[in-house]
Design a protein around this ligand. Structure first.
Ligand code: GLU
Length: 446
């Protein structure tokens, strides 16, 4: 395959959620896997609902996911191109003016349904003469413009679903230009895909019918057709669609809750695949796992509790290099041994602060048996400490006191860390160091 060019096309009318992440990650990973490029296209032709702050939030959310677009465009800045395309379609007789009001269309649909007919636009406007149109316009009506579909079956080899087809004879001619001259989603999307040279349009299966329509428009405009792929949509555990109103599943909400972005990316695309959901250590690794041809068509039930678990498991296997900057942002100027010591105990990265405090001090220590602690202190080896120090020390303490198992380890853990649980002491002890360890064994805050 020559290098693909894919896009994600969110409308900046709200925050991205996990369902949007599924689509955008499929695209990004596809580009990554095949050495291609990725465009961020803001579908912001709906000026009333599009907000600059949502566009900014989308860029931030992408950055959080580790997704860096190769280019970014806004449809609101490209209206002139859509005007040219609409002119071309008009000239070719594929765009025709209609004057029905929303109410009239609604009544038509109801009558059709009552008669058991599909609620497809009846093309009444095609029969209007020039005089009819002049009269309607004199009444103050403004035309909206529909694309004249060919009543034929449109087929394509879907990247996910395989051979697919839609019979366009069962569809209403789509409105491409509204009364006020603005453009609903369809025409701008087609024009941009052609103009930019998008090679693969990968999106949710709610767009399957749109694809047939868009293929016809693309053919009418002329240009190379992209390949199309439609993945299934994430649903809730009970099978309902995920809605933007699920604020806590917005990418922003997940980030604020301390969920790892790699876990979000992995769960977004691995849910509903034949591969088991598992933690990954990089987007490249994830790109290697995701093959559109293997995305299942069954409902992809999204389990938000799985996100918690996957996030923790993701953290447990991240390299120091992957978290070093983030640790610094948390005020932890840590080195690799610290990270390797504590990562397995974290559900959230921010919890590393607690263990940094334990290592650096001061810690309120817990010494219940001062005599035992004093014996242990007297047996603490000289520095340098390493991973073996804990074992040799505790063996010596066991030999001297007769304590073993929990009776041996718990008082030492409590004295050294002030806690009953935590990372392996073999790894923590060298980080705490001899001086602080001795003080803590004496019951001093250190
Ligand atoms: N703005 C459209 C959406 O979010 C884009 C669909 C597409 O990928 O063409 O549904």
């Amino acid at each position: 395959m020559s290098a693909p060019f894919v896009r994600t096309a969110p409308s900046p009318t709200g925050y991205l959620h996990i369902g949007n992440a599924r689509s955008l990650m499929f695209n990004w990973l596809f580009a990554r896997r095949h050495g291609g490029r990725f465009l961020l296209r803001y579908d912001d032709t709906d000026l009333a609902r599009s907000k600059p702050e949502f566009a900014e939030a989308i860029a931030e959310d992408l950055a959080w996911l580790g997704v860096v677009p190769d280019a970014s465009i806004r449809q609101s800045e490209r209206i002139a191109l859509y005007d040219v395309a609409a002119g071309k379609l008009r000239a070719a007789g594929r765009l025709y003016p209609c004057y029905e009001s929303a109410d009239e269309l609604d009544r038509k649909r109801k009558r059709q349904l009552a008669r058991g007919l599909p609620p497809v636009y009846d093309r009444a406007a095609l029969k209007l003469t020039a005089e009819d149109r002049a009269r309607l316009e004199a009444e103050g009506r403004k035309a909206h413009w529909r694309f004249l579909l060919d009543w034929e079956e449109i087929g394509w080899n879907d990247l996910v679903r395989g051979p697919s087809h839609v019979d366009c004879a069962s569809l209403s001619d789509p409105v491409l230009v509204r009364e006020d001259g603005t453009y609903p989603y369809t025409l701008p999307s087609v024009v941009d895909d052609l103009d930019i040279g998008i090679t693969h349009v990968i999106r949710g299966e709610d767009h399957v019918t749109n694809t047939a329509v868009q293929i016809q428009i693309m053919q009418a405009l002329g240009g190379a057709l992209p390949a199309f792929g439609h993945h299934n949509l994430l649903t809730t555990a009970s099978g309902e669609g995920l809605s933007k109103r699920l604020g806590h599943l917005s990418l922003r909400g997940l980030r604020e809750a301390g969920i790892e972005s790699l876990a979000v990316a992995a769960l977004a695309v691995l849910t509903g695949s034949s591969d088991a959901v598992r933690p990954v250590s990089s987007l490249d690794e994830l790109a290697g796992l995701v093959d559109l041809a293997h995305v299942s068509r069954a409902p992809a039930r999204f389990d938000e509790h799985e996100l918690e678990t996957l996030s923790a498991r993701t953290l447990h296997q991240l390299d120091f290099a992957a978290v070093e900057d983030r640790l610094r942002q948390l005020g932890i100027p840590a080195s690799e041994p610290f990270w390797l010591a504590v990562r397995g105990n974290l559900a959230r990265l921010a919890e590393a602060r607690e263990w940094w405090q334990v290592v650096e001090g001061p810690v309120e220590t817990l010494v219940a048996d001062a005599a035992f602690a004093a014996t242990a202190a007297s047996l603490l080896p000289a520095e340098p400490f390493d991973q073996t120090t804990w074992k040799s020390w505790t063996q010596a303490v066991a030999a001297a006191t007769g304590a073993k198992g929990k009776a041996l380890f718990m008082p030492l853990r409590q004295a050294l860390t002030g806690r009953d649980h935590g990372p392996e002491l073999a790894a923590l002890l060298p980080l705490i160091g001899r001086e602080k360890a001795l003080k803590r064994l004496k019951g001093e805050r250190a």
